[in-house]
Design a protein around this ligand. Sequence first.
Ligand code: MG
Length: 265
Amino acid sequence: MVIGKSKREIEKMRAAGRLAGEVREALRAMVRPGVTTLELDAAAERMIRDAGAAPTFKGYRGFPYSICASVNEQIVHGFPSRYALKEGDIISIDVGATLGGFVGDTATTVPVGEVREDWLELIRVAEECLERAIRQCHPGRRLGDIGWAVQSLAESRGYSIVREYVGHGIGRRMHEDPQIPNYGKPGTGLKLKAGYVFAIEPMLNIGTHHTKTLADGWTVVTLDGQPSAHVEHTVAITEEGPEVLTRAGEKYAEPRAEAAALSGV
Ligand code: MG
């Protein structure tokens, strides 16, 4: 059952979302060669607790950390570790914060120093897929419109879409109904209503869409070892259209304006 939120509840979700977005941006600013993913995790936990909130992921079904840190071929749910980021890596940072009884959930994929162009392009397209999906979040549209917005762009650029992991409704709990796949048929599925709040999270791979889980029981990697990008926002559907609750002054990975100018967009 999809739990619709009142205006008052969305206001609370705005606060949780803003905090999650601020933490995401602070972590993005910390990313550089030599930083360990455990350092990012510790910084996130400190910021979240200092704000009077709780790191939603910590303890969730036994997950031991405050963020997911997924490097290169890791897709989602990566364990922070003593691994020091290297020039040329890409890292997906996923942050959840529970504030005032509601959850904000957001992720971004960040290049570490100089990164090869085809990996940067993967990140850019993942971000573009997320923005396209967000633009579907109007009352009366369908769940399949969101999935199709992601799938059609990603596949037209030659990327594959992860099937086993999907977005989700979000509210007092991190995972509520419905599941929000990054693929689908336009005009099909659940009809969107004002008051629904979704965590939309495209996961795009350069190679195969198939995945496997590492021995830690959490870290999901691409089966072929090629890189993956993952981006996520918490989005409220309002009568006026989508409101992104986790925006918080994000910076994109690379010179998008320049790329757009070159492609004539
Ligand atoms: Mg999520």
